[in-house]
Design a protein around this ligand. Structure first.
Ligand code: ZN
Length: 274
């Protein structure tokens, strides 16, 4: 597989007010492929929040962006059907994470049912619950991750999800523009519709997204906040986290941004919209 840099232009819009004044006809639909069990202690960093052990069963989400000109785009891929009968999705070993998936909930099923004609897939990061679904998506479209993500990717642990792809594109945030509150951001499609926000911490190349919908702008924190309580309490997750301090910094940026722009709807990585 060849690694290439994802080409993007620096947006002429330098503030979020300018961006939000020019919204686009774009729809965002969340799709659920299965569930995952988390512990509240660790979903909220126990060093920063007073939390007890409590098991949470939370949805595995990905998002279908329907753009009036650019077509159907996926943000994350969820789970493929291999998890229906095997919680490890065909992988082996004690370190492999387990997920629960019912019949007709895999990403391929959602794609078929909604007649989604996929043009490209952006992956917030390469954990299995966000990337395994790539196994049943078309090969002939671009797949894009944040730079730094693939270098930490271990197929034996994280799965062979990228097998068969000719190219993986990386968003290099080192020359991205600084946007207010959120820091380095990339206008992914060049029309101000879909922005990638550099939010490392959960993983080295983690990206969150902002969709400039005419309806209301939507910020998808992805795994920068597993649940809404991360945002409400201002405490980042510490479980499944590559760098806890960076994860906290990334969450802090998102919270600061949301305080400035209360019209923005926010989605946590593993909880339905509020
Ligand atoms: Zn994750």
């Amino acid at each position: 597989m060849e690694i290439k840099s994802y080409t993007y232009q620096i947006s002429r819009k330098k503030t979020w007010d300018e961006v939000f004044r020019n919204p686009v006809n774009v729809e965002v639909t969340s799709l659920q492929t299965g569930t995952v069990k988390l512990n509240l202690k660790g979903t909220l960093n126990p060093k920063l929040a007073d939390v007890e052990n409590e098991e949470l069963q939370v949805p595995i989400l990905n998002h279908w962006v329907k753009h009036e000109h650019k077509g159907d785009i996926l943000l994350d891929a969820g789970l493929d059907a291999s998890y229906i009968y095997d919680p490890k999705g065909g992988m082996h070993g004690p370190a492999v994470d387990e997920f629960q998936l019912d019949l007709k909930k895999n990403i391929g099923y959602h794609i078929q049912k909604n007649k989604i004609i996929l043009k490209m897939v952006f992956l917030s990061h390469l954990h299995a619950d966000h990337a395994a679904g790539v196994r049943e998506l078309p090969r002939n479209i671009p797949y894009i991750v944040g730079k730094g993500e693939y270098q930490e990717y271990k197929p034996e642990l994280h799965g062979n999800f990228l097998e068969g792809l000719d190219t993986l594109f990386e968003v290099d945030f080192s020359h991205a523009q600084e946007m207010p509150y959120l820091g380095r951001c990339v206008d992914l499609l060049g029309d101000g519709t879909l922005w990638a926000i550099w939010t490392p911490g959960h993983t080295p190349g983690h990206m969150s997204f902002l969709i400039n919908s005419r309806d209301r702008p939507v910020l998808l924190a992805m795994d920068a906040a597993f649940i809404h309580r991360n945002l409400e309490l201002g405490v980042a997750p510490s479980d499944y986290t590559w760098d806890v301090e960076q994860a906290q910094e990334s969450l802090d940026k998102i919270i600061e941004f949301l305080e400035q722009y209360p019209q923005v709807r926010v989605g946590a990585g593993h909880e339905a919209f509020k």
